[in-house]
Design a protein around this ligand. Sequence first.
Ligand code: ADP
Ligand code: ASP
Ligand code: MG
Length: 449
Amino acid sequence: MRWVKIQRRNLPRLSLPLHPNTTRRKTRQSQGIPREMPLLVMKFGGTSVASLDRIRRAAKRIGREVANGYDVIVIVSAMSGKTNELVGWVEETSNLYDAREYDAVVSSGEQVTAGLMALTLQEMDVPARSWSGWQVPLKTDSAHASARIKEIGTDNINAKFAEGMKVAVVAGFQGISPEGRTTTLGRGGSDTTAVAFAAAFDAERCDIYTDVDGVYTTDPRITDKARKLDRIAFEEMLELASLGAKVLQTRSVELAMRYNVRLRVLSSFEDNNENAGTLVCSEEDIMESNVVAGVAFVRDEAKMTLLSVADRPGIAAAIFGPLAEASVNVDMIVQNISEDGRTDMTFSLPVNQVERARQAMESIKASGDVNYAQLVTDEDVAKVSVVGIGMRSHAGVAAKMFSALQNEGINIRVITTSEIKVSVLIDRKYMELAVQALHDAFELEKAGV
Ligand code: ADP
Ligand code: ASP
Ligand code: MG
């Protein structure tokens, strides 16, 4: 099968310095590894390494791939719940914590599982070694807690493969900054570690083992009508992930799309055959798909409105500039029609950034940069989105979405659309109901509608 690369508009340029396939293959050979030695990346998420027993189960799976003739790079997450616990400790210790120390603490979870996995493999007579981010090295920028990967050095690990190591177990989610400090890649970052390794080492496949057996039409925890997709297009997966489907970290999908990584999501609890799980692939490789591929949601959103701001050039810049400086991730923005030269400006943001946003808005008022009558905050909203590349050629998706919500008596607070998605902000208490209603309305339980 030929893999065709799609260039996504607006995709930020990635600086992972990788080469076309042929050159990458040569690199491995020039490092003493025979051409015929194919390489797999296998990533195990938190629930898949949640206990020694589960680590053993994952190790058996890895052992089988080694027996099949693969060199394997294993990326591990922290045991499930561990990262949350570590984040909690940091927050309890320091309110406005130093992100460098946050990274020092939260990166530790992955180191434990990497070492335990290497030991478990050794116990099974599989030659294995663990690697922290800095040992690889996986180089990132200095944006602690949400660092971006710049480069992965392949020499150290390839040298060990050349000496007979069969499995490199790498701590996911972590890297090293130009200043030489440990960084982390943002929550869910081990997915991105895995895809980046698959690209850097020219892996045959990147398998993401998790607690579901693939990518579903929506989170199977919300409705049992959710249907597993055999294939999903990179662009759809990218939208679903960035709109809340946490089965893959958004950045991992960006990287897979850019470097044409053969990315598969599958269960670590079931026996998988060749066609198990979901393949994330180019649109061209999908025979049949629904107009809407899936429904995603973000539960913890908030909405802020500045009432009665002057409607003049520069006002949006004066509001959103300071919000960006305060690292507030503004998502939807609505400006009302103005009356008597004044308007209302509404925007949505993650609920845990409300305090930061409020401070920024109070300071622009105090400084006289923006004069508004009142700041109204609603912390009880959720975002629900429908996503599908079929929307490019099918009209009426938004209308169908709105009438499905209307039928349930759900009021829409804010709407945004793009070429392949429609998102609405609604009251949080209706979120599950909205997801189920949309899943039904677009008949996502059936393939090919
Ligand atoms: P891991 O610890 O393996 O990285 P995550 O918890 O990060 O696993 O991601 C897997 C979870 O993603 C599933 O348990 C599921 O609840 C959730 N999820 C959200 N949306 C989807 C979807 N569309 N398809 C599959 N799983 C989804
Ligand atoms: N352990 C990290 C987290 O929970 C990274 C990961 O598992 O992907 O976010
Ligand atoms: Mg995850």
